[in-house]
Ligand binder design. Structure first.
Ligand code: GCU
Length: 678
């Protein structure tokens, strides 16, 4: 039923089919095609989707070559001549193109789709792929592809490792709109479409973000984000009716409280008509929540959902809820159980515009954790997968740690829910139960630093999350190659070395830090550097229970906390049994003697020694590997990475020595290779 002009059909015979296909891609999808010359291309019409602004010829004319030798395209034609359906973009002369490409078509059902199509084209050119092979049909796997900022109004960033915030300083917005504009473009280029702009721990100033005091600034942020098809979200304080509204309660069933939220939401939408919604951390780590009033999390979330519903907004309610006042002697309370225990019984009770945001693991973004058993356990509830790009526990952007392989493993993990193949990626994207609200959110790792992420190579994590959220089946290597080529150019030696360093980095980090899935062993509060007993006697519930006889947390059904029973039978049985539990998670699920023999054939204690010696050596080798690239990139880029790698190598030795000494002393068992342990 599409009425396409004759000239277009002549030039682009598959236009009808493509338009049909394109409409089927959903709002954010697109089709890209390189059309060969000689298809009756006698027009100079420009092609754009619906209301989208067509690419103007002038912006391309200076960089075009005689690539359209066979075309009589008039590069000076102006945008007003545009057709309303598609737009040819003239390729750059420096790209690796062939002369028989006459037109590039980007077809999309919406401006957002056109934008993503344009970034696809840039990626294609930037990675040096030939234009004549350009043909792509794409749509995002996940509806929501979101970055969560943990920025505070005072300019600090909770768990931020790339300088201060570019959003705020001195309890006000920086109003650095140019920087924000660059950032919005960056977000869209990696495929993100949602942004939460403030810390989940909402302090006094940020509590007022949803009031007239700050809404003009919030609206300006939304205006900039909107240009790049990004929806704005704000983290809210559950106690805002008290702290901002002067009420005496924040009880979600209290009429005055409900009215307060409804009025607050109406105000927000007056400023930001396409506002995305609220992110909420409630009853967690001393934040206020519905428990104070004897209500449950469905009561709390639904109250906000009702307020947002008329405007199409949603509630992103975090499941990071646990008792942070535990006594280490109490072996029955298990922090790992908490999210499931709190939320699973509420399945079916949440409003349809509530999404539960679930951290990838049951604890807190450790280098190795099992997948949270909550994925798949709530069949009637919208679920959002939460990752952490900022490297809180994985080297704080001073160590190289490419997290995409870890995220891939999580996305591909088979929850086996309903006795069938049910990988986490299908739960996150909602396809398993045809859920409408779904996606992936991740804590960002950017700050005011010139390279955005502190460690230049940590950009690969940020970029990788966006690409994976769009297309979870991309491989970690493919993403690394794309990123490295876009940033460093097409020098094969540089790109291949960077890919191999990125791909090795997570196992290296895991080698010299906490062993066999047990986690933590970091300095309290700031979480950088080794401290085996740093959290061992604290109330946070993050224990390894090491003593002279053994180590690990017994989470089995028969003798432990019973956490394993939260998984579907196939995973439950695999983790519950010492025989079948995978080595890399052994100490997460079992308490064993140091002499326990792993599937690898080594004892636990020897594994600890070997991996720590090996990890420190590998970290030192990273410096040497990077050294081979000197002179092959801008010196500034080379030196900043070299400095971080040197720090990592030094710090890896500290990790090695602290961990090895601790366990040699505790166990009284010597290293079979007789290496130096202090
Ligand atoms: C971790 C982190 C906190 C953060 C919390 C959260 O515990 O250390 O800084 O607030 O996660 O996800 O809410």
């Amino acid at each position: 039923t599409y009425d396409l002009p004759e000239w277009l059909i002549t030039m682009y015979p598959q236009a009808y089919d493509d338009v049909q296909q394109c409409m089927a891609q959903g709002e954010e999808g697109y089709i890209l095609r390189a059309l060969p010359a000689g298809n009756g291309d006698t027009t100079n019409s420009y092609i754009a989707s619906n209301s989208a602004t067509p690419a103007t010829s002038t912006s391309h004319s200076s960089s075009t070559s005689n690539i359209n030798s066979n075309s009589n395209s008039n590069r000076n034609s102006n945008a007003s001549e545009s057709s309303s359906i598609s737009s040819p973009i003239e390729p750059n002369s420096t790209s690796n193109t062939t002369s028989h490409v006459a037109r590039l078509i980007i077809l999309a059902p919406s401006p957002a789709g056109l934008l993503y199509g344009a970034f696809h084209l840039l990626r294609h050119l930037g990675t040096g792929q030939p234009l004549d092979q350009l043909t792509a049909i794409s749509r995002p796997a996940n509806r929501l592809r979101m970055i969560d900022h943990w920025d505070n109004a005072d300019g600090s960033i909770e768990r931020g490792y790339a300088g201060q915030s570019f959003l705020y300083e001195n309890n006000a917005f920086t109003r650095d709109w140019d920087r924000l504009h660059d950032y919005a473009r960056l977000l869209a280029s990696a495929g993100f479409n949602a942004l939460s702009i403030n810390n989940v721990n909402v302090h006094a100033t940020e509590t007022l973000f949803i009031t007239d005091a700050f809404l003009p600034d919030v609206a300006e942020v939304a205006n900039i984000l909107r240009k790049y098809a990004i929806r704005l979200y704000v983290s809210v304080n559950f106690a805002a009716p008290i702290e901002a509204g002067g009420l005496s309660t924040a009880d979600p069933l209290d009429e005055a409280v409900r009215r307060w939220w409804q009025e607050a939401v109406a105000d927000v939408y007056r400023y930001v008509p396409d506002f995305g919604g609220f992110v909420v951390k409630a009853d967690s780590e001393n934040r206020p929540g519905p428990f104070t009033y004897g209500r449950d999390h469905a009561d709390g979330a639904n109250m906000l959902a009702v307020a947002l519903e008329p405007y199409g907004g949603g509630v992103i309610w975090r499941c990071f809820v646990y008792n942070c006042k535990q006594d280490w002697r109490d072996r029955t309370t298990d922090r790992a159980r908490a999210a499931y225990d709190h939320f699973q019984p509420l399945d079916g009770k949440f409003a349809h515009n509530v999404m539960l945001q679930i951290k990838n693991g049951p604890l807190d973004f450790q280098v190795r954790e099992p997948v949270s058993p909550l994925f798949g356990a709530m069949k009637q509830t919208h679920q959002l997968l939460e990752f952490q790009i900022t490297q809180e526990y994985t080297g704080q952007q001073r160590h190289l740690c490419y997290l995409v392989p870890q995220w891939k493993e999580i996305l591909d993990f088979d929850t086996a829910v309903g006795d069938r193949f049910a990988p986490v990626k299908q739960i996150a994207n909602g396809s398993i139960w045809q859920r409408e609200w779904n996606g992936i959110a991740a804590v960002g790792n950017t700050g005011i630093d010139g390279n955005w992420t502190g460690h230049l190579l940590a950009q690969a994590n940020w970029y990788g999350l966006g690409r994976l959220a769009w297309e979870p089946d991309l491989s970690a290597e493919e993403i690394a190659r794309e990123w490295a080529t876009l940033v460093f150019g097409q020098d094969a030696q540089v790109v291949d070395m960077i890919i191999s360093m990125l791909m090795d980095s997570l196992p290296i980090y895991e080698n010299y830090t906490s062993p066999l899935g047990v986690g933590w062993m970091v300095n309290p509060n700031h979480h950088y550097g080794p401290n085996v007993d740093g959290y061992e006697y604290s109330p946070w519930g993050t224990y390894h229970y090491a003593d002279h006889a053994g180590i690990g947390v017994d989470r089995t059904i028969a003798t432990g906390t019973g956490y394993t029973a939260q998984y579907e039978p196939v995973n439950r049985d695999r983790y519950d049994s010492l025989e079948s539990c995978p080595d890399e998670l052994l100490l997460f699920f079992h308490h064993v003697p140091y002499t326990h023999v792993l599937h690898s054939g080594k004892t636990v204690i020897q594994h600890i020694y070997d991996t720590h010696f090996q990890g420190a050596e590998q970290a030192a080798r990273l410096c040497q590997r990077w050294q081979t690239l000197e002179g092959r990139m801008a010196p500034g880029l080379h030196t900043q990475v070299a400095a971080r790698l040197a720090e990592q190598a030094e710090h890896a030795k500290e990790w090695r020595d602290v961990i090895n000494s601790y366990f040699q002393r505790k166990s009284g068992i010597a290293d079979v290779h007789g290496r130096v342990i202090y």
